[in-house]
Design a protein around this ligand. Structure first.
Ligand SMILES: NC(=O)c1ccc[n+]([C@@H]2O[C@H](COP(=O)([O-])OP(=O)(O)OC[C@H]3O[C@@H](n4cnc5c(N)ncnc54)[C@H](OP(=O)(O)O)[C@@H]3O)[C@@H](O)[C@H]2O)c1
Length: 247
């Protein structure tokens, strides 16, 4: 589905991002796989994907919380790749504490990784999208952006900011045939969810959801594949909840 497309993906080392990396490779995309640490296991995984699917995957390492690093690496990417078709802003971090226990510093740290890095990366990667009048940008938000979640004020605000950015960018970039959408996953089985959600709450969420289960990273990756591909060519400015009917 993505033959001849080049995709930039953040947070490719674990969880949802790792599953997106695998699915994009299986669908013949060439990928710039961004992650924070130069981890041997991750590099081996990439080498195996390249061989198995006959695609090019370039691992790039930087910390999204360091905006100077984001700028430097993003400029390096556009210098090397003058045509980028897909940008998936997947990486994210969470902070769980009641609002009164959440310092301004906590808010700033969450915003640095979850929002400002997206602004920085997207502004630069667009240099390799705009001239070709074709592209798809996908921001991974969260159902937390819309639902009330106790202890998630900073995280939820950062994820709702992504929804707003998605809308604004879709209006500005539509005339260049660049689509901008976001996906709001519900609770999905990754380190982030397991380490930050109490078992009782997880069971409660499962009970309240229509499909009676939490998401698998593959559920989210499938929707990213759809938005990356030309199958979604008339969809822009949307946030799609992928949450198994969470209520
Ligand atoms: N899991 C859920 O229930 C859920 C629900 C809604 C939305 N989401 C969103 O889905 C996205 C993926 O989450 P996940 O569940 O897959 O989480 P995860 O398992 O914790 O993985 C997070 C990914 O983001 C990367 N990352 C975090 N901070 C970074 C930084 N400062 N610089 C570079 N990379 C960084 C991590 O890299 P390292 O390996 O270096 O840590 C990792 O690859 C996030 O945006 C998250 O908010 C998840």
């Amino acid at each position: 589905m993505l033959k001849k497309k080049i995709a930039v993906l953040t947070g490719s080392s674990r969880g949802i991002g790792k599953e997106i990396l695998k699915l994009l490779a299986e669908n013949n995309a060439d990928i710039i796989a961004c992650s924070r640490n130069e981890d041997e296991k991750h590099i081996t995984f990439i080498e195996e994907l390249k061989k198995k699917n006959n695609v090019n995957i370039e691992p790039i390492f930087f910390d999204l919380a360091n905006l100077d690093q984001v700028k430097e690496k993003a400029l390096g990417i556009v210098k090397k790749y003058n045509k980028i078709d897909v940008l998936i802003n997947n990486a994210g971090t969470i902070h769980t504490a009641l609002f009164q226990m959440t310092t301004l510093k906590n808010f700033k740290e969450i915003y640095e990784t979850n929002f400002f890095s997206v602004v920085q990366l997207t502004q630069i990667i667009l240099k390799s999208m705009l001239p070709h009048k074709n592209g798809s940008i996908i921001n991974i938000s969260s159902t937390s952006a819309f639902d009330s979640n106790v202890g998630r004020s900073a995280y939820s605000a950062s994820k709702l900011s992504l929804v707003s950015l998605t809308k604004s960018l879709s209006s500005e970039l539509g005339r260049h045939n660049i689509r901008v959408n976001s996906i709001a996953p519900g609770l999905t089985e990754t380190d982030m969810a397991i380490q930050n959600t109490k078992k009782e709450l997880m069971n409660e969420i499962i009970e309240r959801s229509s499909l009676k289960r939490i998401g698998k990273p593959k559920d989210i990756a499938n929707s990213v594949l759809f938005l990356s591909s030309d199958l979604s060519s008339f969809i822009t400015g949307q946030t799609i909840r992928v949450d198994g009917g969470m209520q």
